[in-house]
Structures are given as structure tokens and as C-alpha cells.
Design a protein around this ligand. Structure first.
Ligand SMILES: *Cc1c(COP(=O)(O)O)cnc(C)c1O
Length: 344
């Protein structure tokens, strides 16, 4: 029979989005450039759908490693970075999983699937992270793994490198720095990689959400152990072929990320000018903002076919908070116009 810990879980909810202007899931709104699309489809023609995928993925891992001047044996691929979070939580020795709150919910959720206790350290009211407080909770609750999203989702801010250095050098376990938003941030912390420090990334937010491809960077020994619990064919052949083409044209996606960052500053300023809105600085492809009556405003936007993310809960740091993914300029403008109409 089903374990009580699983029985008591709520089902993971994905909002109904057909026919909506989708600004809820941190997707890149830009389509593939036409020439790249042609080349991509041509490569897909050669995929042998009757054969199992390449399980070693050496060429692909080499290309991904090269983005950060690392070696193929320092890269492990996952069916989305979610799958890698699951692998880490399977592999790491007993002990709590330490997370901050608010942060990405999958660390907490997958820990529960696996019967692993979770230690939650609240962020400050300005969403800052106090490393001494974090370490104290980790020691008290015997945490063996910690996840720190940087930039953090849903708050959009980054932890200073000094904060992470203090945590990684004093934590008695594995620290995973989740850089899902690295493409939109002004810094990346790959230089903190150590025997107990890994960097998690994904291509989802950069424009390949449908491919489900994530990766983790670390010391070859740590990667080799994780490889043992990777399901043999976790990266399907269509994803491998697609990623191989896209990585050869990586600058196209980096340029799109740059445009998204420019839109982010424009939208930040526009929201800042609205007197009832408190918008928080962001190093990701979304903006978190607070507004009185957030719940109602979310539903009014939804009724006007605009889907963003409602993070409001009556108590806690995200009271009256909504999260807006940066979309195409015309989608962003529509959002601003409709929000102004709702507030008028
Ligand atoms: C979106 C997100 C992920 C998951 O990305 P996938 O590769 O699509 O599974 C991981 N971490 C954070 C912080 C995210 O926001």
C-alpha cells in the first residue's frame, strides 16, 4: 500500500494555461531563429528512433563542460535539473536536507518523497540569507545536504559570494548551488566547486524547457558516484540531438537572454513607478512584486487571459506577492496596461 507520507501529499499543481498569455513559468518567450530551426529539424531526421539513446553522452557533456572551461567527467546530465535533485537526495547519506524559505519547492517536495527530513531556514524580510543562522540550523538538525538557489526562485536575488563561501567551508555535508538562472545573472559561482560543492544548472529557462535537460558540475569523483544511480537512458535521443545543435549556436540563446534582461530592467522601472506596487530587484528572468490585494489582482489578470504566479499566503514573507516572468515586449506591455486598468 501507499506510504502515509505519500498519501498526505497534495498533488503537484500546474495551472491551466491554454489560451493564456503565459508569464508564470520562467520560459524564454522567443521562438528559435528560423535558420537554426531548419538546421535543427535536419539533424532530427537522422535520429534512429528504434535504437536506445547514447547512454554515455560524452560529446554532449564535453560541449556543456566547455561552457565553463571544465572537463566532460565533471558533468552529469539529468532529465531536467529536477531529476538531478532527486538523484542527489537518493545518494547523500542520512540527515536532513537544509533549505531556505522561500525558495524552489522541489528540494522540500522530493525530500518528502524519500522520507528525508527537511530543515527550513527563513530568509530575512529583505530576502537576505544569514550564513551563521543557516549553519547553526544545519548543525543542530544534522543536515547532510543543503540546496541554495542562486539567484533564488521566487525572490530573484543572489547571495553574495562571501555568504556562500562561509556556508560551503563550514557545512559538514554537500552544498548544491542551484544556478537555474545563471544566464540572467551577473555572476556564477563555479569557482566554489569543491569535493562537497556542486553547481546545478538547467537549459529550461534559457529556451529549451521542452527538451528537459539539466546538468550538474562538480569534482569527477562526486560525479562518478552520482553516475551510478543515473537511469541508463535518462536523456532521450531527440533531446541529445537537439542540444548538440543548439550548443553549436549558443550565442543565439545568450543574445535572447540579454534581451530578456533589458526587458527586465524596463519592467522593473515601470512597476516601480506604480505607487501601489513594491517590486524587488532581480537577477533572473522574472520579477517578484508585492501589491495589496494580490489574490484578487491575480484572478483579475487571469480573467483577462494573463497568467502569472500567485505566491500570496496570508502569513509569511510572500504575503501579497506575485511573480511575473519576463515575456515578449508586447506581452509585457499588455500586462502593464491591464494591471493599470485593474488598479484604476
Ligand atoms: C526551474 C527551476 C529548476 C528546474 O528546472 P528543470 O531543469 O526544468 O527541472 C531548478 N531550480 C530552480 C531554482 C528553478 O527555478
Amino acid at each position: 500500500m501507499i506510504r502515509p507520507g505519500i498519501r498526505s501529499l497534495p498533488a503537484y499543481q500546474v495551472a491551466e494555461s491554454s489560451g493564456m498569455i503565459k508569464l508564470d513559468a520562467m520560459e524564454n518567450p522567443y521562438p528559435l531563429p528560423e535558420a537554426l530551426k531548419k538546421e535543427w529539424l535536419k539533424q532530427l531526421e537522422d535520429v534512429q528512433v528504434n535504437r536506445y539513446p547514447d547512454s554515455r553522452t560524452t560529446a554532449l557533456r564535453k560541449k556543456i563542460a566547455a561552457l565553463d572551461s571544465l572537463k566532460a567527467e565533471q558533468v552529469l546530465l539529468g532529465n531536467g535539473s529536477d531529476e538531478i535533485i532527486q538523484m542527489l537526495l537518493i545518494a547523500v547519506e542520512q540527515g536532513a536536507c537544509a533549505v531556505v524559505s522561500p525558495s524552489f519547492t522541489m528540494y522540500d517536495l522530493i525530500s518528502r518523497w524519500l522520507n528525508r527530513p527537511v530543515s527550513t531556514v527563513p530568509l530575512g524580510s529583505d530576502f537576505s540569507l544569514d550564513p551563521a543562522r543557516f549553519l547553526k540550523v544545519c548543525a543542530r538538525e544534522k543536515a547532510s545536504i543543503a540546496f541554495l538557489a542562486c539567484p533564488n526562485n521566487p525572490t530573484g536575488n543572489m547571495w553574495p559570494k562571501e555568504t556562500l563561501r562561509e556556508i560551503t567551508s563550514n557545512f559538514n555535508g554537500i552544498v548544491v548551488i542551484d544556478e537555474a538562472y545563471a544566464a540572467f545573472a551577473e555572476a556564477s559561482y563555479t569557482d566554489l566547486i569543491a569535493s562537497n560543492v556542486l553547481i546545478l544548472r538547467t537549459f529550461s529557462k534559457l529556451g529549451w524547457a521542452a527538451l528537459r535537460l539539466g546538468y550538474i558540475l562538480g569534482h569527477p569523483e562526486a560525479i562518478a558516484h552520482l553516475e551510478k544511480i543515473r537511469l541508463p537512458y535518462n536523456i532521450n535521443s531527440l533531446t541529445q540531438a537537439s542540444a548538440n545543435v543548439f550548443l553549436d549556436h549558443y550565442s543565439e540563446f545568450e543574445n535572447q537572454a540579454k534581451t530578456i534582461c533589458e526587458e527586465r530592467s524596463r519592467m522593473y522601472k515601470a512597476l516601480q513607478r506604480m505607487s501601489r506596487v513594491e517590486v524587488f530587484p532581480s537577477q533572473a528572468n522574472f520579477l517578484l512584486f508585492r501589491i495589496a490585494g494580490a489574490d484578487k489582482i491575480f484572478h483579475k489578470l487571469y480573467a483577462r487571459k494573463i497568467l502569472i504566479k500567485n505566491l500570496h499566503s496570508p502569513n509569511g514573507l510572500l504575503k501579497n506577492c506575485l511573480r511575473l516572468t519576463i515575456g515578449l515586449p508586447e506581452e509585457n506591455n499588455l500586462f502593464l496596461n491591464v494591471l493599470e486598468e485593474i488598479l484604476a
